[in-house]
Design a binder for this molecule. Sequence first.
Ligand SMILES: NC(=O)c1ccc[n+]([C@@H]2O[C@H](COP(=O)([O-])OP(=O)(O)OC[C@H]3O[C@@H](n4cnc5c(N)ncnc54)[C@H](O)[C@@H]3O)[C@@H](O)[C@H]2O)c1
Ligand SMILES: O=C(O)C[C@H](O)C(=O)O
Length: 311
Amino acid sequence: MKVTIVGAGNVGATCADAIAYRRIASEIVLVDIREGFAEGKALDIMQTQTTLGFNTKMVGSTNDYAKTANSDVVVITSGIPRKPGMTREELIGINAGIVKSVAESLLQHSPEAIFVIVSNPMDTMTYLTFKSLGLPKNRIIGMGGTLDSSRFKTYLSLALDKPANDIQGMVIGGHGDTTMIPLTRLASYNGVPVSEFLSAAELEKVSADTMVGGATLTGLLGTSAWYAPGASVSFLVDSILNDQKKMIPCSVYLEGEYGQSDICIGVPCIIGKNGVEKIVDITLNADEKAKFAKSADAVRAMNGDLKSILG
Ligand SMILES: NC(=O)c1ccc[n+]([C@@H]2O[C@H](COP(=O)([O-])OP(=O)(O)OC[C@H]3O[C@@H](n4cnc5c(N)ncnc54)[C@H](O)[C@@H]3O)[C@@H](O)[C@H]2O)c1
Ligand SMILES: O=C(O)C[C@H](O)C(=O)O
């Protein structure tokens, strides 16, 4: 199975490394616009094969999309990341043009591929890709919910002082500092609702920390995060290529689900070899419904900025 990752920067290279090391694909192509950069990253990862014990074919390319031909999955991470104090939404001006042209080049060479969108603002970039390429909605998946949910579970594990892998939880809604919806009501520690162990105030803090999880890291690192984002992409790609049919919150095009239409936003999806195999329309309570509607309003308002590029 062949995976192409465009953008060999922090997130793209980490994601390539995780996919290779976890033996999820047989071939990985890394593409970047910076001369020699993707080739260098591919060669560096290649040289971990004998010490880490995998045999994935690694290819680097400076903007030569012929090398990406017939990929099963393509991942778009190209574009600029935010700096401390910025929102993801402020990246739209530069990233929209990059994502659209990259997506079109990828489709020319891999007409059957499933697209995974990572560049920010991710929900808007996913919508842009969906509208630009005209592919069936199951083939366009925005990655944000995997990462946000992993942060949610991390903060829950810290608050509970229990192992992160004993915790279940999901974040839906937009992938933005104010649009994420950590579903605290449904989170559990080995099947027991976390509200059995944490007070409402403690859960509120976990939720708030999760929502600004990316901003916190950006403040600490000077640019946005890459280890957890790269690992999250590999988790999603694994579920696609190995047809695992995991339920993963992803940004997908809605047509009535959760009371929303003509928008890409995070909802639980079954992810398998066809990409989005099913959108799982769970019953939200009144508070969660109100939060989802507000989140969708904000994401939809951002999509309005795409008018000039979508024509
Ligand atoms: N969805 C998420 O959960 C999530 C998580 C982390 C980062 N991100 C986003 O991912 C993007 C990348 O972040 P990063 O930290 O890897 O940034 P980075 O600057 O380290 O890497 C971006 C790479 O894209 C390349 N690039 C730019 N234009 C290109 C083009 N037209 N074709 C090919 N390559 C091109 C750059 O040369 C650079 O190497 C940002 O927009 C960031 O906000 C999203
Ligand atoms: O925070 C960012 O800008 C990058 C990414 O969306 C993240 O959540 O880490």
